[in-house]
Design a protein around this ligand. Structure first.
Ligand code: PEP
Ligand code: CO
Length: 446
């Protein structure tokens, strides 16, 4: 294999990249980006890697979730606060109800770039560049908005920093502390079907904490310290390269714009630029694994991305779709096991289950999401392997983007509060319900 350098990806075909019309303007933005301080540190990144390794062994459980497409307008206190709350609620249910400590990873603070099936979009005879996420351009259908604008790279980095800063401040101030878990309540929480069950779980959890503290004769300070990590799809390679560096006292390069970058389903080609770039950085990385993946290809990908078989380095985020998973996943799990490779298996039950309603609205059915999750649990159990975590598109808002669930959302309800520009998300109540269902499965019940 040729040696890795921070620029070696440039010699490979790079899918889903952006055509900027002014190279000097792009170079200027990247130069400014390179000088800015990192958003995360290599210490945090290594800590997450160790936690993902534990998730791979079944000692922890990864909860990765957030928007499909984070937007600049979402960099607002109430929106960030709601996202953090839903993560904390779900992780309380999974930890206390499921019995595994949760590794919380948001699709947040940088999830600003989207892969698209076409490069151009035509409406009423006018053709413009497609919207590729706020990192690149804006969604309005005008030439100005759709022009890939290098200034957005700096804006994205700044908003990621502000988002992370707010989250860090909240958590440092005790927002994640189960002693004060009443602060996680959302205004609309009481409308949710699982609300009573959730409040009962919290009350039990707090009673257990009081009991333990009384027994130990000291407060459990550990409960105040909640880790929270960021992740995004590492799609835009100019951006990811500009925000990567070799920290002092470290051997290798880190992408310090996020803790856990992942390679998407459309950019995971073995000879492609994304695999080349991410093989050389030290972060834990994710790779989406869709239904076309063959066992030999997966083993080769694992060999390239994790040659030293480092635990926690590689999370396979499997997104087959409920209909295909039973046929496609077992042979991958068996091949990885037979080869003795160490990976952390994660189930993304969202991206293989998208469909359009009769009026063209993109949605997913709660039952399909749950069915894919159930298949994952069963397949790993049969193979003597471990499902280490889950990956959701979800929000703390009360949106109507996914049908089904205890709230009984129908296709006719979707128009009430549909906000996503790209993929549909579980709303607060559906996310909480999902957490209860997963906790049951972690306890070995159905
Ligand atoms: C996503 O996670 O939003 C996404 C585009 O997924 P995938 O690469 O699995 O299609
Ligand atoms: Co998506």
């Amino acid at each position: 294999m040729t040696p890795w350098t921070p620029d070696s990806w440039r010699t490979r075909p790079a899918a889903q990249q952006v055509d900027y019309d002014d190279p000097a303007e792009l170079a200027g933005a990247l130069a400014r980006l390179r000088r800015l301080p990192p958003l995360v540190t290599s210490w945090e990144v290594e800590k997450l890697k160790a936690q993902l390794a534990a998730a791979g062994r079944g000692e922890r459980f990864l909860l990765q979730g957030g928007d499909c497409n984070e937007r600049f307008v979402d960099c607002e206190s109430s929106v960030i606060d709601a996202k953090l709350k839903v993560m904390l609620m779900m992780s309380a249910v999974l930890t206390y109800g499921g019995g595994r400590p949760v590794v919380r990873v948001g699709r947040i603070a940088g999830q600003y770039a989207k892969p698209r099936s076409e490069g151009l979009e035509t409406r009423d005879g006018t053709t413009l560049p497609v919207y590729r996420g706020d990192l690149v351009n804006r969604i309005e259908f005008t030439p100005e908005a759709r022009r890939p604008n290098p200034a957005n790279l700096l804006e994205a980095y700044t908003r990621s920093a502000m988002t992370l800063n707010f989250i860090r401040g909240l958590l440092a101030g005790g927002f994640g502390d189960v002693h004060h878990s009443e602060v996680w309540d959302l205004a609309w929480a009481d409308n949710s079907a699982r609300s009573a069950e959730y409040h009962a779980l919290l009350a039990n959890m707090r009673a257990s904490v009081r009991f333990l503290e009384a027994t130990l004769g000291r407060p459990l300070a550990e409960l105040a310290n909640v880790d929270f990590y960021s992740s995004h799809e590492g799609l835009h390679l100019e951006y990811e390269a500009a925000v990567s560096e070799k920290p002092p006292f470290r051997d290798g390069w880190y992408d310090l714009s996020t803790h856990l970058p992942w390679i998407g389903e459309r950019t995971r080609q073995l000879d492609g630029a994304h695999v080349e770039f991410f093989r050389g950085i030290k972060n834990p990385i994710g790779v989406k694994v869709g239904p076309s993946m063959e066992p030999a290809e997966l083993l080769e990908l694992i060999r390239v991305l994790n040659p030293l078989d480092e635990p926690g380095r590689l999370t396979l985020i499997v997104r087959m779709g409920a209909k295909k998973v039973a046929e496609r996943l077992p042979r991958l799990v068996n091949a990885v096991k037979a080869a003795g490779r160490t990976v952390t298996w994660c189930c993304d039950p969202m991206h293989g289950n998208t469909f359009k309603t009769a009026d063209g609205t993109k949605t997913r059915h709660f039952d399909d999401i749950l069915a894919e999750l159930d298949s994952n649990f069963a397949i790993h159990a049969d193979a003597g392997s471990v499902l280490g975590g889950v990956h959701f598109e979800m929000t703390g808002k009360n949106v109507t983007e996914i049908v089904g669930g205890a709230c009984g959302l129908t296709e006719a309800d979707l128009a009430q509060n549909y906000e996503s520009d790209v993929d549909p998300r579980l709303n607060y109540g559906q996310a909480l319900e999902m957490a209860f269902l997963i906790a049951q499965r972690l306890r070995g019940e159905r």
